[in-house]
Every structure is written in structure tokens, then in C-alpha cells.
Design a protein around this ligand. Sequence first.
Ligand code: NDP
Length: 285
Amino acid sequence: MSAQLLDGSGLAKRIKAGLKAEIGAFEQTHGDCPALAVVRIGDDEAAAGYGRAIEKNCASVGVEFVARDLPADVDEAEVLMALRGLNREPSVHGIMVLEPVPAAINLDHLVAAIDPAKDVDGVNPTNAGRLLANRPPFFVPATPAGGLRLLQEAGVEFKGKHAVVVGRSDIVGKPMALLLLHNHCTVTIAHSRTVDLPAVCRSADILCVAVGRPEMVQGDWVKPGAVVVDFGTNYTDQGLKGDCHQASVAEVAGMLTPVPGGTGPMTNAMLMANVLQAALLAVTA
Ligand code: NDP
């Protein structure tokens, strides 16, 4: 078998074209455009690079990017004050904090301080709880939201299927598992302590992998015809690699998200969708 590759780049492009039009209409109606404030603390290069990518992503759809760069030695209290200021600022619709933050700062405290109505990353406990209970309104973290959307667009049937999600982070694994559960899959969450992971993966009709281990999942871990979502984004000497060994998995799977060009571009599109959702919530509140 040769898997159908799910084209995240193409779908993200179409979604962003639609968002651009909606954002233009929002600006026409309300006089200002949706704005995303991005808080970066210190000089971490990965955070800076992610910040630049978000800025470009915002520009591509007409979202205003508001940079809040704070020095590495800033007090947690000052960061919390900055976040509360952004919460009160009506021209700011979405707020996110870039990781990593300096060791002296507790990221959980920052995340909890973001107004849930502006928490476009879906990391505040209120949004996480609403997603758990499936009680809108809530923001779904962009990466799992993008993974689900790719599957929906491909016409994947969820009801009664066994979904295995490998990885249990708050930003990818857990919310992906919840989205699949809310779509009536029977869900198994696997992680680093799971016994016989290959066998668990082989039991999946839908296999979602978010571990951060390049090419860990091999073709013989996959049930023939299964749908495989590879969230892995691993920069290696051989280039960008997913968490799945793409060539061997593609031999066995029915559908597969490629790396690059699968879940990565979808994350960008869904983050912008969340910013627009926040702006629309603000004007209807
Ligand atoms: P985390 O490091 O937060 O979580 C990794 C998870 O994988 C943990 O739950 C961990 O288990 C599990 N894990 C690690 N090693 C193994 C193993 N050998 N066997 C089974 N489970 C294992 O990572 P993230 O969730 O943030 O990211 C996961 C991947 O997704 C990364 O490659 C990241 O770059 C990528 N990513 C991609 C995005 C995109 O846009 N496509 C956006 C965000 C992330 P345990 O809990 O037991 O430690």
C-alpha cells in the first residue's frame, strides 16, 4: 500500500485565504484588525525564531502582531503585570507567551494569568477544562486543532474507531486525545511508560504521534490502512524529520500527514483562526 498524503500546506493556504477575507471584513466593520500580543522573555534563539515565524504568519492574514519583549532578568511579578495590562487592553485580542521562559519564572503562573478569552494558545486551565468538558466557548491549541481539521477534510470516519495518541503534553497529545474522544473515537493515550508501544500503535485505526523523537514510529508499528498523523517536528542533520519513519509508514498506512507539509502549516493557520475567534468573541461579549 502507498498512503494518501494529507496535504497540510495546501489546506492551510486555503484556510488562510478565507481568514484573510474574514479579517478584512472584521476591520471594515470594527475599525481595527484582530491583534495578537506575543510575550517573549530573554534571548532564547528558539523563542525568537518562533516569534519571527508568528509575526510573518500574522502579516500573511492581516493580524496585527504586538511584540512584548522582556529582559531575561525580569521579575515574575513584572511579567504578570505586563500580562494583566494586555488582558485589559481592548485593542489586543489574543495573548501568548513564547517558550522557553527563564528558569526563575514559573510558566504555569503566566499561563494562568492570561484572560481565558484572549488565550489563543488554549493553555489557560479554564480553556483546558472547557475542552475536557466539551463546553464551548474555548480555544483549542492550534496543533491538535490543525491535525483534526486535516482528518476532517480528508473525510476520515471517527465514530467507533480506535485512536491511539502517543504523547501526553498539554499542548499536543492531551488535547488531540480529547478532540478524538469528542468525535466518538475510543481513545488510548500512550507515553514514555507505555508497555509494548509498537503493539499499542498497531491496534490503532487512527494513530497520532507527538513525541519529539525523530522517526521513532516504524512501518511495522502501523496497522495496514490506518490513518497516521505525524506531529513530530525534529530538526536533525538530515533535515526536518517527523516522529514517524515516513517511507516505511507510508508503505503500510492508508493516510499519512507528511513532514514537512502536514501538521506544521496547519498549526499556523489554526493559530490565526483562534485570533480571529478571540476578536469576534470580544466584539460580541
Ligand atoms: P513534549 O516533550 O511536551 O511531550 C512529548 C511526549 O512524548 C511526552 O508525553 C512523553 O511521555 C512522550 N514520549 C517521549 N518519548 C517517548 C517514547 N520513547 N515513547 C513513548 N512516548 C514518548 O512534546 P510536545 O507535545 O510539545 O511535542 C511533541 C512533538 O510535536 C515534537 O516533535 C514537537 O516538535 C512537535 N510539535 C509540532 C507542532 C506542529 O506544529 N506540528 C507544534 C508543537 C509541537 P512522558 O509524558 O511519559 O514523558
